[in-house]
Design a protein around this ligand. Sequence first.
Ligand code: FMN
Length: 377
Amino acid sequence: MKCVDDFRFRLGQHELVPIMIGGMGVDISTVELALEAARLGGVGHISDAMVPTVIDRHFKTRFVKEKLKLYKANVTNLADKTLVKFHLGELEEATRMHVRRAMDAKHGSGMVFINCMEKLTMNAPKETLKVRLNAALDAGIDGITLAAGLHLGSFGLMEEHARFRDAKIGIIVSSLRALQLFIRKNARTNRLPDYVVVEGPLAGGHLGFGMDWANYDLATIVGEIQTWLKAEQLDIPLIPAGGIFTGSDATAYLERGAAAVQVATRFTVTKECGLPDPIKQEYYIANEDDIEVNGISPTGYPMRMIKSSPAIGAGTHPNCESFGYLLDANGRCAYIDAYNRAVAEHPGEKKVRVWDKTCLCTHMRDFDLWTCGTCFP
Ligand SMILES: Cc1cc2nc3c(=O)[nH]c(=O)nc-3n(C[C@H](O)[C@H](O)[C@H](O)COP(=O)(O)O)c2cc1C
């Protein structure tokens, strides 16, 4: 019987251990975790979620405090967040610091990538995404994984960068259709993705499916994409993700032609993972009955999490002036609407509970939303 180490992940000129640790925001897949994956010859991800906040923690900078100071007068304005913008120069600086912290310390034959989520719309989707992508390239990241969104314009936002054709750039999809659309829309850049992560319905984090996620199956989606790539004579490494928990799970995909596997939940309990120790214990002791897929993420994507996550029903006052990573192009977030509804339904109450949505920025920052994958549908 073969084992994972009998396989190698060939990515251009690189020969890697076929394990990629998936991006886990916010600072759950830490620089330390990504560096360890690279040291051992695989691929580790840092995350570009809420980087100014993460950098404040590591470098004692004041990105969040300064932003709050600037917009303090707007904190009680729960009707309009349009003026709460990110300073693009600061965002660029924070992203560079974050990536350099990883790349300056990197050794070993593996690689460090950054997971970049399109759904972090930050009240100026195109401008902020452009800054994040290009700053990561400037700071020498080995690769960028385009995540949480279709990313139809992301190649265009980077194509002027000197490293656009030399850094590894991949995309996460959950269907053949999404991959076809991405390739078609980016044909003009004359560049294909260097790898494709196929994320199935059992993954942690946001799911690229509706609440009918249980009707889908990772192996089937991977098979469809493999068949199509072959018919199109496209040689792009495929990396299945979601519910791959054991060496045997991984080997089953590698034997069927996957280039590598992306794994995340298994690494939430490692020493290098950013979760505080008591929360690692929550992941340790969780079983299948403790996990649910719900619709509380303001992004609109379903999310799988441990049912006892404090973020569920928390009713936090929106913190957009400090964070605001999910404000859309019009300064709106589904959590603010849900919060306002809850307040209107409970006049005079000091503290409301909000069950239908959660303040994802605050709770991911505080490690209060315990998203995870599962190995059973
Ligand atoms: C705690 C946690 C946080 C995650 N955060 C992100 C994220 O910020 N961006 C993203 O694209 N995927 C995220 N994911 C998904 C993983 O990168 C990965 O693709 C998926 O979890 C793989 O399934 P597995 O956890 O069953 O191994 C997260 C997963 C976990 C467990």
